[in-house]
Write a protein that binds this ligand. Structure first.
Ligand SMILES: Nc1nc2c(ncn2[C@@H]2O[C@H](COP(=O)(O)OP(=O)(O)OP(=O)(O)O)[C@@H](O)[C@H]2O)c(=O)[nH]1
Ligand SMILES: [Mg+2]
Ligand SMILES: [Zn+2]
Length: 329
């Protein structure tokens, strides 16, 4: 799929100044590290040692802006023995999700792949799936859809889920079936068995942390502050990075409970929907809103069965949210 990436001058300048900060910090005997998690005011970082990875707590210099799981940093040990993060490398790919005002906040940085988890329960919400997938497309992430809790599937629920999944299979996203409660087999699903950094995301309660627990037996799974969901289970509140034995990494992320607005950059929403974008530029009116205009190529594609009506609906919905975000912020 063709990708477009236009950085504004301001963005370019910001990246350049971060690059300079990074180089200065490295020259001053800093060590390379990666942010594992940022909870409360505290950072956890890791860095490579001979036998693998070591973790330590760290503080951040105030001028660095927000630091998130996956951020590559330079840190130094102060005389009193504390670790201080002194620079942040410019971010490559990130995943954003909205805060409660609908503004997008970066959740994790330098990731290659979105692993979108769905389950028979809680039931998948395609409107939410499309928001995550659009965010992944915009940031040029690979995508894998994982259908978890396969142990709960029966014929009826499988039919239902196949209907949900059909448009995504058509779009070319790989779909894998898995279950966090099977104990005999702990291998990663095949599309994830590489050295990439994945972020695992989706609705709250679909089993993201349980999957990581199964893939990494013996590892303490951090959920941030202890918010109890039910007996013995904790909902994740902070993104947290885990190293995989094969050289890859996986970032657990807090699930969405109720979703509201996603105020994306209005000019980029179309890049989140490659299947819709294909029809852009063929409408009768150049300023077509693709709603009820005559000669709309997108509506025509829906009518001809060449564009999924639900994808079209979600595109228009997210575009409208994005535009509303621009006028209110
Ligand atoms: N039957 C079954 N239950 C599962 C499976 N995976 C997870 N669960 C259960 O689903 C519940 C939620 O699991 P979590 O791993 O905490 O879900 P999460 O996606 O991390 O949720 P958030 O952190 O809130 O986003 C727990 O009670 C798990 O035991 C599975 O494969 N099968
Ligand atoms: Mg979790
Ligand atoms: Zn149109």
């Amino acid at each position: 799929m063709p990708r477009k990436r236009n950085l504004s001058h301001q963005q370019q300048r910001r990246i350049q100044s971060r690059q300079e900060q990074w180089q200065d910090a490295s020259r001053e005997e800093g060590h390379d590290g990666t942010v594992v998690a940022h909870f409360g005011g505290e950072l956890l970082i890791d860095y490579p040692v001979d036998a693998g990875w070591e973790q330590r707590r760290a503080q951040a210099r105030a001028n660095l802006g927000g630091l998130v799981a996956g951020d590559r940093v330079v840190w130094r040990e102060e005389e009193n023995g504390t670790a201080v993060v002194v620079a942040r490398q410019p971010r490559e790919r990130e995943l954003q999700r909205p805060d409660r005002y609908g503004r997008l906040k970066t959740m994790a940085a330098n990731i290659d792949r979105l692993v979108l988890v769905i389950a028979p329960a809680p039931a998948p919400q395609p409107a939410l799936m499309d928001r995550y997938l659009a965010a992944a497309e915009i940031h040029e992430l690979d995508v894998v859809i994982l259908l978890n809790k396969a142990d709960l599937l029966d014929e009826d629920s499988m039919d239902l889920l196949e209907d949900v999944l059909a448009p995504y299979r058509d779009l070319g996203y790989p779909v894998a079936l898995t279950s966090a409660s099977e104990e005999d087999e702990s291998a990663l699903p095949e599309p994830m068995d590489d050295t990439a950094t994945s972020i695992i995301a989706g609705q709250s309660g679909v089993g993201k942390s349980s999957l990581i627990r199964r893939w990494l037996p013996g590892t303490e799974i951090r959920t941030g502050e202890l918010t109890r969901r039910g007996e013995g289970t904790h909902t994740t509140t902070t993104a947290c990075l885990y190293r995989l034995a094969n050289g890859g990494a996986i970032i657990d992320s807090p699930g969405i409970r109720e979703f509201g607005l996603w105020h994306m950059d209005p000019d980029r929403v179309i890049d989140g929907f490659p299947d819709v974008r294909e029809w852009i530029g063929h409408c009768r009116f150049r300023d077509c809103r693709h709603e009820k205009e005559p000669g709309c190529a997108l509506q025509q594609a829906v009518e001809n069965g060449e564009l999924d009506p639900q994808r079209m609906e979600h595109y228009l919905m997210i575009r409208d949210e994005a535009e509303a975000g621009r006028t209110t912020s």
